[in-house]
Design a protein around this ligand. Sequence first.
Ligand SMILES: [Zn+2]
Length: 120
Amino acid sequence: MDIKVICPNCGAEIEKDSTRCPYCGYINVEGAEKKFLSDLDEIDRNIKETKKEPVKALAKGFTGGTKTILITVTVLLIIAILIVVELFRETRDEPKLFMSADEQAYASAYVEQTGEPSEE
Ligand SMILES: [Zn+2]
């Protein structure tokens, strides 16, 4: 990293690994080549990792589409709520059956015992 070379354009001392001369912007071929190769290496590594973990890549894709999924889920949820509300309304519209005296006594006893209304 500390090795210096002379910029062929302006003659300034620049780092051997730098891609450009910081003074004149001249492209340091040796440094640029090194960076290019290391970039290629990283791309190659990324491709290999993606191939190795297709599930992970798929999950990444899902993360990208999170907004779409959220909208879909919200719409489905609204539809589900509407269906439940409709069913609840239908149930309430049914004529209420009165309990017999025995059943009422049983229900009262049940409520006293558990503190919860009987579901009969
Ligand atoms: Zn230079």
